[in-house]
Design a protein around this ligand. Structure first.
Ligand code: BDR
Ligand code: CA
Length: 315
């Protein structure tokens, strides 16, 4: 089977992404690397350890990643108030679950990614659902891996719709536009799963009630945590009628790309213009025959939400 690495700023939808990956027989989750965003990197790795435990998968190793953007100082990152509002102070909807007795690995995320790229090559799928800081650092350290890793499927960006931080940028890209731009231009096989599709895929209280009814500790945790997130969306995006399934959609596309319609396009990120953080077609590479990126522009909503309910419900 394919090997998957998740790179997470473990908030609510990142936690849904973990469950989706673990519930997908098509892939083996070989590790979770930590990034910052919804929470501090250390809180994210703590959440990832606790969540893999509660899902009965303590074999999944968790690695510490870079804790700050590629243009800032170590330790300088501060969680935004809006992130706390959407994901809770602890990132998982302020639901209390026991800390894992396990600890993070000795090896750091960047070295783990490089090693996995050399070990698994084409069979490796790397899925960042936070800022792209770790993969950019790995690509800088070992540029070869751009052509080794089978596919990189990111949650981030917005091509055809406005951003969610402001009119032009999406949260993950906005945290480290330079890192995303580096990844987009690296020549790696990158698929962008952005707000164009993730804001079409929603979950409601009726869905989480089905998990709660399963009666297991994990299902109750997922229901309570996701309800916090749905409630936040009622305030921030009342027109949607549910919460955006950003990160689990990226995992689902990594597992089965036929869930979305993909546009072949070479992308870049605005790093120094007035729309810093905007993901847009790269005019310098518009005539290139080789397109290194794909952007999801449409999604089979019913099939994806059905898969998510079935897979997470079966855990
Ligand atoms: C993305 O930002 C984070 O808050 C979410 O976890 C998701 O990865 C959505 O813009
Ligand atoms: Ca995320």
């Amino acid at each position: 089977s394919k090997k998957m690495i998740l790179d997470l700023d473990t908030g609510v939808d990142d936690a849904l992404a973990i469950a989706y990956a673990l519930a997908s027989p098509e892939v083996e989750l070989i590790g979770i690397t930590g990034t910052y965003g919804n929470v501090l990197m250390d809180q994210g790795t703590r959440n990832s350890l606790a969540i893999t435990d509660i899902l009965g998968h303590p074999e999944v190793p968790v690695f510490r990643g870079v804790d700050h953007s590629s243009t800032s100082e170590p330790g300088s990152f501060e969680v935004l108030e809006i992130s706390k509002f959407i994901h809770g102070e602890n990132g998982i909807g302020d639901v209390e679950i026991p800390d894992s007795p396990r600890v993070v690995e000795q090896q750091d995320a960047v070295d783990f990614i490089i090693e996995a790229a050399h070990t698994y090559g084409e069979d490796l799928i790397y899925v960042p659902t936070g800022p792209d800081t770790n993969i950019a650092a790995a690509l800088k350290k070992d540029p070869q891996i751009a052509h080794l890793i089978g596919s990189i499927v990111i949650m981030g960006g917005a091509l055809t719709v406005p951003g969610n931080v402001n009119a032009w940028t999406e949260a993950n890209i906005s945290q480290d536009p330079e890192a995303a731009d580096y990844l987009f231009r690296s020549g790696a096989n990158v698929t962008m799963v952005g707000l164009d599709v993730t804001l079409q895929t929603l979950l409601t209280y009726a869905d989480t009630a089905k998990w709660r009814a399963l009666g297991t500790k994990a299902a109750k945790f997922y229901a309570d945590m996701t309800d916090f997130y749905i409630k936040a969306y009622e305030t921030t995006s009342p027109h949607l009628g549910g919460c955006g399934l950003h990160d689990p959609l990226a995992v689902a596309v990594a597992v089965d790309p036929s869930l979305v319609t993909l546009l072949d396009i070479n992308m870049k990120v605005d790093v120094d213009g007035p729309t810093r953080g905007r993901t847009i077609g790269d005019e310098q590479r518009i005539t290139d025959r080789t397109k290194t990126m794909k952007v999801a522009v449409a999604v089979d909503v019913d099939r994806f939400v059905g898969e998510l309910m079935d897979r997470i419900g079966a855990l």
